[in-house]
Design a protein around this ligand. Structure first.
Ligand SMILES: *[C@@H]1O[C@H](CO)[C@@H](O)[C@H](O)[C@H]1NC(C)=O
Ligand SMILES: *[C@@H]1O[C@H](CO)[C@@H](O)[C@H](O)[C@H]1NC(C)=O
Ligand SMILES: *[C@@H]1O[C@H](CO)[C@@H](O)[C@H](O)[C@H]1NC(C)=O
Ligand SMILES: CC(=O)N[C@H]1CO[C@H](CO)[C@@H](O)[C@@H]1O
Ligand code: SF4
Ligand code: SF4
Length: 467
């Protein structure tokens, strides 16, 4: 009797707590894993612990095979996974991957009638995609990217770098407002959705420190369904807005209820660099030979500030260029802020002198590093006293090495990708986001000035605790 009862309890425990067979976890909007493909190498577990700092994954024995699973045995979406995709970069057999949105896109393109397809491409795509198609690391191929998307069926292709300038204009304005009126410091950037996920899920007391700016993707997504729709006299409900991002976390960002309105999600579909590369190949587009095309006007222009957004330190550098100009009315004499550029340090510091005061800033790459900095700030460590502004990117190197791009061969390849963006920046006539002429036109047309009520309606958002 005793052993019978024990047997039943054992059996029940096994059924309820240990999945008996290999499973595929499709619960997250960003990443998925398929245990049948896993070889149990634990590379993903290390990436999740050491880079993402989330400790979500573990290797377990299921069906007498060592495979990846969530550490606490629940679905991925119920863990504190931030969707950063660092695990997908290291998984050789493709057992952990981005959630594939190509089938939805193709289905949607098949029923194209009456719809307007609009794409936007992040600053980092122009460098990473080149490599996959055989150009040297760090080659910029904007024209081929636009041409390929047009060939796939997009009616308009806009540049997210334009919206990066917009994010900088609004974020620098917000920073200056906090300086003038006395706001919450340090202010943290909010453009990296994996970092935002961490704050909301695990450290919500940081919410007031986050900038209220939407990310460039979501600013442009909102403009496409308002400003663009109005100018082109298109019903926003007939627009299919697709963003091409080096990021897996953007997939769940697009589905945030804060980023939808009566006409639906501002961004309908998010395709990673890797997915786009697969799509271009499956359409047999000759990426190397396709004649260049230009981004569509309205949201095509970018300054150096917009394009360096794709590198770790780039958002901070761009924001400081603009904040300086807002505060003093003059351009910063030294636009290159070298101590916070790419490089290996997980946490980088710098100081900028603005109008007689010293602004101390920090840049973190990888949420594990951001957690270390936050801990120091909370412990009132003197080495981080008086920090005013902190940039956080969940991916080491920034978006050029995003969880939705392809694995870089080594750290040098990441540096070369970032270097390509800094080179673009140094060759541009306009290097301060505020000087983007399409952006100035947009403010004249509908936004009525930086940080205005109208700008807040379309370009800002809010965050809430999901702990
Ligand atoms: C998981 O991987 C196995 C083995 O490659 C494959 O047969 C199966 O279709 C995959 N499952 C899903 C849901 O993708
Ligand atoms: C967030 O802002 C508050 C209020 O200014 C500040 O006391 C706190 O140290 C900040 N938190 C971090 C981690 O920077
Ligand atoms: C610059 O500093 C001076 C003196 O501290 C101050 O009066 C002025 O308001 C500051 N300018 C701006 C734009 O904050
Ligand atoms: C999608 C894409 O372009 N991926 C490339 C990014 O860079 C690495 C190496 O640097 C290539 O292996 C990928 O193919
Ligand atoms: S997406 Fe990021 S947080 Fe989630 S399991 Fe992968 S590495 Fe960990
Ligand atoms: S990296 Fe891929 S193969 Fe290795 S344990 Fe993780 S899921 Fe399995």
């Amino acid at each position: 009797m005793q052993s019978y009862r024990f047997g039943v309890i054992f059996w029940l425990t096994k059924v309820f707590f240990c999945p008996l067979s290999l499973r595929t976890d499709l619960s997250s909007l960003s990443v998925m894993f398929n245990q049948s493909k896993c070889v149990g190498c634990s590379a993903c577990v290390k990436a999740c612990n050491n880079i993402a700092g989330q400790n979500v994954l573990a290797i377990k024995t299921i069906d007498s095979k060592k495979v990846v699973d969530t550490k606490i045995g629940v679905e991925l979406s119920k863990t504190n996974c931030i969707g950063c995709g660092q695990c997908t970069l290291v998984c050789r057999p493709g057992a952990i991957t981005e959630v594939d949105e190509i089938p939805i896109l193709l289905e949607s393109l098949k029923n194209k009638k009456g719809k307007v397809f609009v794409a936007q491409t992040a600053p980092a795509i122009r460098v990473n995609l080149s490599e996959i198609f055989g150009f040297p690391v760090g080659t910029v191929t904007e024209g081929k990217l636009v041409a390929s998307l047009k060939k796939i069926g997009f009616d308009y292709v806009f540049d997210t770098s334009f919206a990066a300038d917009l994010t900088i204009a609004e974020e620098a304005t917000e920073f200056v407002e906090r300086v003038k009126k006395g706001g919450v410091f340090p202010m943290f950037t909010s453009c990296c959705p994996a970092w935002v996920n961490y704050v909301e899920k695990s450290n919500p007391q940081l919410i007031p420190n986050l900038s209220s700016c939407k990310s460039p993707m979501s600013m442009l997504g909102a403009l496409i369904k308002t400003d663009f729709a109005k100018i082109k006299k298109i019903d926003p409900r007939s627009i299919v807005s697709v963003s091409i991002m080096p990021c897996t976390a953007k997939k769940d960002e697009a589905r945030r209820s804060e980023l939808s309105d009566e006409s639906g999600q501002n961004t309908d579909i998010v395709i990673s660099t890797r997915e786009l590369a697969r799509l271009i190949k499956s359409k047999k587009i000759d990426y190397k030979k396709i004649p260049d095309q230009k981004y569509d006007k309205l949201y095509a222009e970018y300054t150096g500030g917009g394009v360096i957004f794709g590198s770790s330190g780039g958002v901070m550098e761009a924001a400081l260029r603009s904040a300086y100009q807002i505060l003093t009315g003059n351009p910063l004499s030294q636009l290159d802020i070298l101590p916070i550029r790419a490089g290996k340090d997980g946490i980088k510091f710098s100081e900028v002198h603005i109008n007689g005061s010293t602004v101390k800033v920090a840049v973190c790459q990888g949420v594990a590093n951001a957690k270390k900095l936050v801990e120091k700030i909370q412990k009132k460590d003197p080495s981080v006293a008086d920090l005013k502004f902190v940039e956080v990117m969940a991916c080491p190197g920034g978006c050029v090495n995003g969880g939705g791009s392809s694995k870089a061969k080594n750290a040098k390849a990441v540096q070369d990708r970032a270097g390509a963006l800094y080179k673009l920046d140094s060759n541009l006539k306009q290097r301060v986001s505020l000087d983007n002429s399409e952006l100035k036109e947009l403010y004249r047309r509908s936004l009525k000035g930086f940080g205005s009520h109208e700008a807040h309606e379309i370009l800002h958002t809010h965050f809430k605790s999901k702990k």
